[in-house]
Design a protein. Structure first.
Length: 115
């Protein structure tokens, strides 16, 4: 838990969200400012700044996040048409919240290359 981290506050229920998926290590919830008809954020409950800050001893959390994605996709009806997963990392990645999070975007065709 890092003070003043908004996603730590969500993970510890200080800020309430409607979880789309949750287990003891990860939680997924709707993005407050959706960029697609379906836009969910999937986060580890423990604070990790970004993808580059994952320590070898934390790497199981990446497996846990990956395992949650198909469950979330199934729950949100994204398995037929597919979806996109985005991990914005640091400045050039466009990261604005400095707690590792996966964007899961669906419900429309995504553009490539991304902006
Ligand atoms: P990024 O720009 O990749 O760091 O993404 C941060 C995302 O967090 C943005 O899409 C925001 O809309 C979203 N966000 C920020 N605060 C909240 C919140 N309280 N609840 C849900 N999503 C949020
Ligand atoms: Zn945090």
């Amino acid at each position: 838990m890092q003070n003043e981290c908004i996603f730590c506050k969500i993970a510890t229920k200080q800020i309430p969200v409607e979880p789309i998926y949750e287990d003891e290590q990860v939680i997924a919830f709707p993005d407050i400012n959706p960029a697609a008809p379906v836009h969910v954020l999937l986060i580890p409950k423990m604070h990790i700044d970004h993808l580059l800050a994952v320590k070898p001893q934390d790497s199981a959390i990446l497996a846990r996040l990956s395992a949650a994605i198909p469950k979330i996709a199934a729950k949100l009806g994204l398995t037929d048409d597919g979806f996109r997963v985005v991990i914005n990392t640091k400045k050039n990645g466009g990261q604005t919240v400095h707690h590792l999070h996966y964007h899961i975007l669906g419900g429309r065709s995504m553009n490539w290359p991304p902006g």
